[in-house]
Design a protein around this ligand. Structure first.
Ligand SMILES: Nc1nc2c(ncn2[C@@H]2O[C@H](COP(=O)(O)OP(=O)(O)O)[C@@H](O)[C@H]2O)c(=O)[nH]1
Ligand SMILES: [Mg+2]
Length: 420
């Protein structure tokens, strides 16, 4: 009888102990993830042309945008040796820039942009919660808004592009433009017969940065459908741009297809003659021309990836440049792309030092890859790109030229990796 009740007491004690452990473990799991609760669980997409940031629902970003701060109070870990390098969990403390991701897309791009967003969030934005602006020439549908809002950790905004930013200007001769498209189709020039592609290139050249939703921001990071980010981004590239006075940045550069821009350089030369006040003396003409500006060597930064300063694009210098090119009609009489337009503007109207190459942001847009040079860098950033795919030092890339004209040393390992 005594032995039986002792066993009974032991059972009760063991059960109590097991329950206590269970209670402790489930409770401490809650304590271990307090930051999750700071992410708003019900995010509403904000809509359309009338939307504005001050009226928008508060996002984690809003409270933190703070462009006057003591940078030494919030050191950024730029290399693996810097304190805080491995601090990749939870929401990052410290200042946020007045910045947003921006994507131009069609409703049919939803699943391809979903992939891009997932990568940007996983590699960077989940810790920073920057906003994301989506722009479209047609209203975004509910599926697009629902999927993208669920994936973006910051606040999402959806803008409808005004018709005058996505149509033929009145000075364009429609018959001439139609003949060009017909001719380019016969010559099998990529997107040569497309009207919408031309509207897209003109919009990205001259209008995305002055959409109502974009007026609320100072910096942007452009993201296209189906792109990949192959490495962790340990620091805030927007903050890097701000603190280092950078206005434009790139990861891939290459030569433009001549057939799409036969008279672009003539237009640029005309602009330089008419507006010498906009051309800075410390420019990067050497990146664009191998004969002191006589001819264009077709080098450009690939603009499907850009982190840049919107105030620069909204400046008189840039808008005069765009207006001058737009008047010449090459967006429709040829097929000028926004990449050479942005690049030429940056190289002529920014100080050399204001243009930055992000070796540590690994990127893919069909068919080119930027995989960071340097095995140590790739390991530290947990990259999953194949260094053999890196385009930077191959013959058709202009990145070597960028380093040479700036007298910069190429990243360690450049001569051993990713050559043809
Ligand atoms: N809303 C809208 N977006 C477009 C249109 N055409 C292209 N885009 C977007 O513009 C960007 C560039 O287009 P894309 O087809 O990727 O051109 P590529 O990268 O030069 O081959 C992408 O973000 C597309 O989603 C269009 O007709 N309407
Ligand atoms: Mg694309």
């Amino acid at each position: 009888m005594a032995a039986g009740s002792a066993r009974y007491v032991r059972y009760i004690l063991v059960s109590f102990f097991v329950l206590a452990i269970f209670y402790f473990v489930s409770n401490s799991a809650d304590i271990a993830t307090p930051l999750r609760t700071q992410i708003p669980t019900t995010k509403q997409p904000s809509d359309g042309s009338s939307d504005s940031r001050p009226a928008a629902k508060a996002s984690p970003n809003d409270a933190k945008v703070k462009t006057t701060y003591d940078a030494s109070q919030f050191p950024m870990a730029m290399t693996p040796n810097d304190p805080g390098w491995n601090d990749l969990a939870g929401i990052k403390g410290g200042p946020r820039m007045n910045a947003t991701f921006v994507t131009l897309a069609r409703n049919s791009d939803v699943w391809e942009i979903a992939k891009s967003i997932r990568q940007v969030e996983d590699r960077f934005n989940r810790r920073y919660n920057y906003d994301w602006v989506f722009l479209n020439d047609k209203p975004f549908d509910d599926l697009f808004k629902k999927v993208t809002t669920s994936l973006v950790s910051g606040k999402t905004h959806y803008g409808l592009i005004p018709q005058e930013h996505w149509s033929f200007p009145e000075w364009i001769d429609q018959d001439k433009a139609a003949k060009v498209r017909e001719d380019m189709k016969e010559r099998k020039i990529i997107y040569g017969d497309s009207i919408s592609y031309r509207h897209m290139c003109r919009f990205e050249s001259g209008f995305f940065f002055r959409q109502e939703l974009m007026l609320n921001y100072e910096y942007y990071w452009r993201v296209e459908p189906s792109v990949e980010l192959y490495c962790d981004v340990h620091y805030d590239p927007f903050r890097f741009m701000h603190e280092n006075k950078k206005k434009y940045s790139f990861v891939l550069s290459l030569y433009e297809y001549h057939e799409t821009i036969p008279t672009l350089w003539d237009s640029v030369k005309k602009f330089m003659k008419n507006h010498p006040e906009h051309i800075v003396s410390n420019n990067m003409m050497g990146f664009l021309s191998d004969d002191g500006g006589e001819t264009y060597n077709k080098c450009h930064f690939w603009s499907n990836f850009e982190v840049g300063n919107l105030n620069w694009l909204r400046s008189k210098a840039y808008t005069d440049f765009f207006d001058s090119l737009d008047r010449d009609g090459g967006f429709f009489y040829e097929r000028w792309g926004d990449a050479p337009v942005h690049s030429i503007a940056a190289a002529l109207m920014l100080q050399k030092e204001e243009i930055h190459f992000f070796n540590d942001i690994a990127y893919y847009h069909v068919p080119f890859t930027h995989c960071p040079t340097g095995q140590k860098v790739r390991t530290a950033l947990k990259c999953h790109c194949n260094p053999d795919d890196n385009f930077d030092w191959k013959g058709y890339s202009c990145t070597s030229k960028y380093f040479e004209v700036n007298g910069m040393e190429k990243p360690e390992g450049w001569d051993e990796e990713g050559k043809d």
